[in-house]
Design a protein around this ligand. Sequence first.
Ligand SMILES: *Cc1c(COP(=O)(O)O)cnc(C)c1O
Length: 488
Amino acid sequence: MFYFSTRDKSITAKPSEAILNGIAADGGLNIPESFDSLKFDPRELQGMTNLEISERILAEFFTDFTEEEIKDCVRNAYAGRFPNDDIAPLTAVGDDFVMELYHGPTCAFKDVALLVLPQLMTRAMKKNDIKEKILILTATSGDTGSAALNGFADVEGTEIIVFYPKTGISVVQERQMTSCKGNNVHVCAVKGNFDDAQRGVKQIFANVGDTIPGVRLSSANSINIGRLAPQIAYYFKAYKDLMAMGRITCGEAVNFVVPTGNFGDILAGYFAKKMGLPVAKLICASNENDVLTEFFTTGSYKSKRPFHVTNSPSMDILVSSNLERLICMVCGHEKTKEYMTQLAQTGEYTLTADELTAIRTEFEAGCTDSTETLRTIRGVYEAHKYLIDTHTAVAWKVCQDRKQENDNGCVNVILSTASPYKFSGSVLEALTGEAVADTGFELMDRLHDMTGVPIPAALEKMKLTEPVHNNVVDKELMNRYVTEKGSK
Ligand SMILES: *Cc1c(COP(=O)(O)O)cnc(C)c1O
């Protein structure tokens, strides 16, 4: 199987090359030309373990890997990293179902993919006879950095550098990074905000990239097909669980409601549907940064709008990169190139009426704001004694709104993307009605005392850890740091 650039059908890559390159040569994203050969009949699910489901799907997408290699990737990625075999437990809450994707080492759903990506990358290097070391470079405002550090820590042939902004990150999130151990991990604060850190990293990619001998620069961001594919498995897994619970019969369609930022998670759900999973609607939930809600409603993507800082920060995004893949699947390569050029030049593009209709048969969208998010957390806790984080609350709210307005009668699965303890401050604020200052780990204890919900072992353990990284650099000096650490 080959991957094609979303913007040009003549630019192709083998699966392992697509994983290594991250992005196609023309700036487009890698996409399978069709899903005709990528099939997974839900009847096969019965009797499969969760790891087997992951292996089955990755084998479809990465055809130049042997069965043994795929198995090794999955087992190395997940073995011993989750509290039990069920890496995505499905819980009935009221009339709906919540799929908890946050039981990995950093307590957010990004673990599911970022534990697999390094395994795929190192094997892809061997396969393409690349002798250099991979240097992963990332700027993070939170969840991505710690999940990437955990995935790459001590993976042979790789080195990882994560920059985070000194301002605008929670105490717990900072500690998750600064306490990450591994011979190949480097964590560094940047004097500035997230944009400064991000800009610095982009400049390094543009300039320093080829000047460190023996090093190949790469990124762990969510446009890599090696990060997208591992997320497909949990959609199938949820379907298997619903069948086992007797809640659906095989073939019955279900809805998935996904708290969305860069459009990676929900797109994996669309890939699952294309492979044959009976999905009714994929429901895209956003916070005040409601660019996607407008897009799915009107067909216009307008990125030039005020940026809102919300209490669901991992969804504070104005340009959702992975949407480009959906555009390509619906509109084709040429139109995608045209739209992406317009987006770059003017900050917006508009689908034709037919294109919008096609997309709306698959997707719906809704949004809510920070105040409603807190009210939702409290409401769900009071009604069901079930604690959710702010991102999950956005999806929960959008799901309930939609049931009021146009229920299609299908079972709803809400994706829960972070542990409530990862956002203890906001969750406490929701429960008490009072603003809460970030006093770090103490907040987790307060939330625990109030609710009795167990603190995830990974976060509990972190309380006792000391930071092992204490580097801080001026934003102008980020590239010196990279040259220094990268050539180590
Ligand atoms: C990254 C993230 C999201 C958004 O996922 P995308 O794949 O970027 O749409 C939602 N919730 C949490 C907690 C996240 O970390």
